[in-house]
Design a protein around this ligand. Structure first.
Ligand code: GUN
Length: 289
């Protein structure tokens, strides 16, 4: 029997999410509420500038008003915190996203802690991260949320599933591990210091790779029938590739995300959802309900 591999079309899934987001924005508009997202970019990192553009154009497609605050690369922590506090105090801003990475010398943790937790659409504030670890998912990081969404859409059961995550960052690996545990998966988290990576990855029914190393995951490291999510975005020559050897791993995986066009569009789509969630939460006791 020939087993067909599903190429997970992140753009198609994201466009379904946008349909739903547009509906939610319309419902809010009927109550006189326009969801507002502010992004904050420090410096001129071209990749960050591109991600910010993608986020703003997605907002405009669904009826979220968005604005981009750009600070010069030499900004101090005091400058950055002052701008965040200004956005915290504005009632027309429901979500604040601080684009990472920050220029050297600025602490992402201290800046994130300044964002009001109710407006923290990235889910990076310690209060939101802490709640996540305790099993309460308020606002959660967008990339892990996108992966969970895709798995739900694919009908993949998470309870009891063997999940292996390669990469233990605050943005992907750690929050995804917590979200998987909240859904009763069995989770292994590997990283750059893991001795024998293949010994772990071969266990995975669901393999998520966020290491930033092109071609790290080879066919021999993947169990037949695995669901593979490639979070890596690497420039190799003039091509953008992930961390997974896509052509070869596709031969054994049940489902796999391409790069580009896989996890990236899902992350942006989840930002829309989080912004709407934050806006709805902030207007829960609004008398126009
Ligand atoms: N840089 C890389 N991924 C992310 C993300 O999900 N959110 C933010 N704010 N910055 C990032």
């Amino acid at each position: 029997m020939i087993e067909l591999t599903t190429i997970i079309d992140g753009k198609a899934l994201a466009s379904d999410v946008e349909v739903d987001a547009r509906e939610r924005a319309k419902k809010l508009a009927k109550r006189g509420i326009v969801p507002g997202l502010a992004t904050v970019l420090v410096g001129e990192n071209p990749a960050s500038q591109m991600y910010i553009r993608l986020k703003h154009s997605a907002c405009s497609r669904v009826g979220i008003r968005s604005e981009n605050v750009v600070l010069p690369p030499e900004s101090t922590e005091i400058d950055l915190i002052a701008r965040i506090q200004e956005l915290n105090s504005r009632s027309d801003i429901n979500g604040i996203l601080l684009q990472l990475p920050l220029p050297r010398g600025l602490s992402p943790q201290r800046a994130m802690m300044t964002i009001r937790p109710e407006k923290d659409v990235d889910g990076f504030h310690p209060q939101n991260m802490g709640a996540l670890l305790l099993g309460v998912e308020l606002l959660v990081p967008c990339t892990p949320l996108g992966i969970i969404y895709a798995l739900e859409r694919l009908g993949k059961k998470l309870e009891g599933a063997e999940v292996v995550i390669v990469g233990h960052s605050n943005v992907v690996g750690k929050p995804l591990a917590a979200m998987m545990l909240n859904r009763n998966a069995t989770v292994q988290v590997c990283h750059v210091f893991t001795g024998d990576l293949a010994r772990h990855t071969r266990d995975a029914e669901i393999l998520v790779v966020a290491a930033g190393v092109p071609g790290l995951i080879k066919k021999e490291m993947v169990k037949s029938g695995a669901y593979v999510f490639d979070v890596g975005i690497n420039r190799v020559g003039d091509k953008t590739v992930g961390d997974v050897d896509f052509d070869k791993v596709s031969e054994v995986a049940a489902a796999i995300t391409p790069v580009p066009g896989g996890v990236g569009p899902l992350t942006v789509a989840m930002l829309l959802r989080q912004t709407l969630q934050a806006t709805e939460n902030q207007n829960q006791n609004n008398p126009t309900d």
